[in-house]
Design a protein around this ligand. Structure first.
Ligand code: NAP
Length: 480
């Protein structure tokens, strides 16, 4: 597998259909080698505002274009992305570090948002009713909000971009996308796909920057910006909500998680281990949906932990672009070290972390850890680990398992392994999370509503809800 960048990898800012160079540059690093992958544009607040101007100018035509026109551009973007899926996966793996199969999985998932929202674009339904009092008719209409500011994290550089760009475009909004500085190349590549698919100049703008705070402040305080869609940590989400509150700006928030993985008495241990390997190890554990805490019924705990450890030991660790590896690098040395600090904290709390495998010493690699003897309420159960560390907590009473699973300020996703789907759904109804995976290790699907309860977010992406994050509801009272 070549480690060079795909031929079409833009490095400038995309503003108003032009790829622009900037006065200073931002270095993108390959976390598997710690070498430089590219030097890209480093936008200033002034360039952020220039992107707002371009998006605002483009909205006049795009916002009033036909749904079919927008749908066909999105469908073409799906076709191009699918034809070039390996380029996308290579970029993801090179800048994020994730294993090839995870990068291919993400690229495919990301492309599906273009297909799903190409279909949704033409399916927005208004509503016509008679008022119960009989004095008028009620017409509910939807219209695009306008200029959308989209901020994405580094852990899914393609999918988080398409999960926002596709519904924004389908709704008739124009966008400014700001990817994370660790992984901007994939977002630039996605924007190039949209340009080739026929997105008119200014409909999609991308700015990359080393100063997200000031650039975002300039953009969010601009009265031409109509909505914010953010995916990232709860900490930054709260900072942004303080800013958007000043303008009462609609704010969609996809924030952090602390997902419990609950294995109840009577569950099939092999399928729970299979699910755990996906829920914990997809993306090397750097997923908002990653299983963060394992609550295992006492009757299954030994068997589950032994089999889970054996499966972790079977993973081959190394550069993600080498297809034979199962676990790639973390996104940076800083992120790897943060995870190792969690392991050290667990050890100082009296648990026994077991390193399950060997990681290469060069690059931002880390071996998986399984941690036995963990108490609910300890460091590993309270913090989003975002890496391949699996703390195991044992419970006897199912009510205790459910209580501990819900005992967090987060509420993105829960995993429930039960003896059958019926019991699984019964328990799922008690989980305080926006999503529940029942007897399986993954839930994400472009056709399903993705989002969290509690401090994991506001709003939903994907499914039938996703497009409505970019539509304004308007009610007409009329005598007909
Ligand atoms: P992060 O530090 O919150 O950064 C996310 C984005 O916000 C990046 O583009 C970042 O830019 C930007 N940012 C940082 N500070 C900012 C500020 N003051 N103003 C405006 N933008 C700012 O999160 P991350 O470390 O990239 O991603 C990991 C987190 O995302 C985890 O908590 C994970 O659970 C969450 N996540 C949630 C979902 C979901 O759907 N719920 C999906 C994926 C990830 P810079 O790169 O320049 O810092």
């Amino acid at each position: 597998m070549a480690i060079s960048l795909p031929e079409r990898t833009p490095t400038g800012l995309l503003i108003g259909g032009d790829w622009l160079t900037t006065a200073t540059h931002l270095e993108v690093v390959n976390p598997a080698t710690l070498g430089t992958l590219a030097e890209i544009g480093d936008a200033s607040p002034a360039e952020g505002v220039q992107a707002v101007q371009a998006a605002h100018d483009a909205f006049a035509d795009w916002g009033s274009s036909s749904a079919r026109f927008r749908a066909e551009i999105l469908r073409k973007a799906f076709d191009i992305m699918t034809a070039e899926i390996e380029d996308c996966a290579r970029l993801i793996s090179l800048e994020n570090g994730k294993a090839w199969k995870d990068a291919m999985g993400e690229a495919t998932y990301a492309a599906e948002f273009f297909r799903w929202f190409s279909e949704e674009a033409a399916h927005v339904q208004g509503d016509f009713r008679y008022s119960p009092s009989g004095d008028k008719t009620i017409i509910t209409d939807y219209r695009p909000m306008g200029v959308a500011y989209l901020i994405t994290p580094w852990n899914f550089p393609a999918a988080m971009a398409t999960r926002k760009l596709a519904p924004a475009m389908a709704a008739g909004c124009t966008s400014i996308l700001k990817p994370a500085q660790e992984t901007p190349l994939t977002a630039l590549w996605v924007a190039d796909v949209l340009e080739r698919a026929g997105a008119p100049a200014g409909v999609v703008n991308v700015i990359t920057t080393s100063t997200s705070g000031p650039v975002s402040e300039a953009i969010l305080s601009d009265p031409r910006v109509a909505t914010l869609s953010f995916t990232g940590s709860t900490y930054v989400g709260k900072l942004l909500l303080e800013q958007t509150a000043q303008r009462v700006l609609p704010s969609s928030m996809e924030l952090g998680g602390n997902a419990p993985f609950l294995v109840l008495e009577g569950a099939d241990v092999d399928s729970a281990v299979e699910g755990a390997m996906v829920a914990k190890m997809r993306n090397g554990g750097s997923a908002c949906t990653a299983a963060n805490r394992f609550y295992i019924h006492a009757s299954l705990a030994d068997e589950f932990t032994t089999k889970f450890e054996a499966a972790l030991r079977g993973l081959k660790i190394g550069p993600g672009v080498d297809q034979s590896n199962d676990l790639g690098a973390m996104v940076s040395v800083k992120e790897r070290d943060k995870i190792l600090e969690f392991v050290q904290a667990a050890e100082s709390e009296g648990t026994t972390p077991t390193m399950a495998g060997d990681a290469p010493s060069d690059g931002a690699f880390i071996a998986p850890y399984i941690v036995r003897g963990v108490e609910h309420g300890s460091t590993l159960t309270r913090n989003e680990i975002f890496g391949p560390v699996a703390p195991i907590v044992i419970f006897e009473d199912p009510a205790d398992g459910i209580r501990m699973a819900n005992d967090t300020e987060y509420g993105l996703i829960s995993y429930v392994f039960a003896k059958d789907a019926g019991e699984g759904i019964k328990v799922a109804r008690q989980m305080e999370s926006g999503m529940v995976a029942i007897n399986r290790g993954i839930a994400s699907d472009p056709a399903a509503s993705f989002g969290g309860m509690k401090e994991s977010g506001l709003g939903r992406e994907g499914g039938f809800d996703g497009i409505h994050e970019f539509l304004e509801t308007q009610y007409f009272a009329v005598d007909l």
